[in-house]
Ligand binder design. Structure first.
Ligand SMILES: Nc1ncnc2c1ncn2[C@@H]1O[C@H](COP(=O)(O)OP(=O)(O)OP(=O)(O)O)[C@@H](O)[C@H]1O
Length: 330
């Protein structure tokens, strides 16, 4: 069996643009794989998925889903995949159950088949009790579950999901992740675009990182993390001395031998922020991080800073992403 999704030297140049949105992209997604497409805003992810799902016309190159040439045979390709967009496109004039059965009718399923499939999927997605209310009464999490259930009505081989859990609460997010893992277990290939590194690390078997329409890296999340030159992370929670500031302190720490780079970690990226007045500084270390503790303590003592916590850790997928795509805002 060939790959479930394949793009080959794919190029997209939008009219009146002087650069390619997708610039010679090639990769393949194996059947039954969860593949995460990551990249900063404007990297070309939506355009790539748009071409694969017949919404955007390619300038050149090849795109295949379930072995079907998407560019030549879009109608046959559409039977092989489903798309779950980020924003709800449910039909509000229909009940949740009708949203499912109408979708299956469009794909040629008989009345008996579509009623049976709708009942099964509504049950699996925890919506059977609210199957005949109004879609308007659905929370964001329920709407997302309903959209995934609807996408499965025509038994797609490949499921494209755009930011599948953005805006969902932790319970809804875990529920969606569980359903996606189950689908993979049944052999459905999943391609997701996400900005959520945790989601990619949790779900994706392999991740492709794109920027400026080109593939920068493609591997399993652990292999991508290992690529970061055997780096270890040393997290220091510090309170700068009176009259000192954290930037200068960080600069002094970054100059120590064995420290490749350092950064001030925002509370959002590092989880719960440090206590008032304290700052979390992250040093990317080559070599043995414990050997740095004495010189770090020396720098801190020399600048009258105090250390309230130390943590050794591995770099995350987010560190890999920043390393490859930089920090500049787009
Ligand atoms: N319809 C369009 N016409 C012209 N340019 C476009 C169009 N759609 C996208 N672009 C441009 O193509 C490039 C790639 O955009 P694309 O939406 O594919 O990126 P993305 O990685 O999905 O970004 P995001 O994470 O913000 O959704 C950007 O420079 C964008 O401005």
């Amino acid at each position: 069996m060939g790959p479930a999704v394949e793009v080959h030297e794919l190029v997209k140049r939008y009219p009146k643009r002087d650069v390619n949105a997708v610039d010679g992209l090639s990769f393949a997604v194996e059947t039954g794989e969860v593949f995460g497409l990551l990249g900063p805003n404007g990297a070309g992810k939506t355009t790539t998925v748009g071409i694969l799902t017949t919404m955007v016309r390619a300038t050149s190159g090849g795109a295949y889903v379930g072995g079907v040439d998407v560019l030549r045979d879009p109608v046959r390709a559409r039977a092989r995949f489903a798309v779950v967009p980020q924003r709800s496109n449910l039909d509000r004039s229909l009940t949740p159950r009708q949203n499912l059965t109408f979708h299956a009718a469009y794909h040629g399923y008989s009345r008996a088949e579509r009623n049976a499939r709708a009942a099964t999927l509504l049950d699996e997605f925890g919506l059977i009790g609210q199957a005949d209310t109004k879609v308007d009464f659905y929370s964001g999490g329920m709407a997302q579950r309903l959209m995934i259930a609807r996408s499965l009505m025509h038994e797609p081989q490949v499921l494209f999901l755009d930011e599948p859990t953005t805006g969902l609460d932790p319970q809804a997010r875990l529920f969606v992740w569980e359903r996606l893992r189950e689908l993979r277990g049944r052999g459905v290939t999943i391609m997701l675009t996400t900005h959520d590194m945790d989601e990619a690390a949790q779900l994706a078997d392999r991740v492709g990182i794109v920027d400026h329409g080109r593939l920068l890296a493609l591997d399993t999340p652990p292999a991508l993390v290992r690529r970061l030159t055997g780096q270890t992370v040393l997290d220091l929670t510090v309170v700068a001395g009176a009259g000192d500031d954290t930037e200068k302190l960080l600069a002094a720490l970054t100059e120590l031998p064995g420290v490749e780079r350092g950064e001030q970690v925002s509370a959002a990226a590092g989880g719960a922020g440090p206590a008032d007045g304290a700052t979390l500084l992250r040093l990317y270390v080559t070599g043995e991080p414990a050997a740095l503790l004495a010189p770090v303590a020396g720098v801190l003592a020399g600048r009258s800073a105090s250390l309230t916590d130390v943590h050794f850790g591995e770099p995350s997928l987010e560190d890999v992403f920043i390393d490859l795509t930089g920090r500049a805002l787009r």
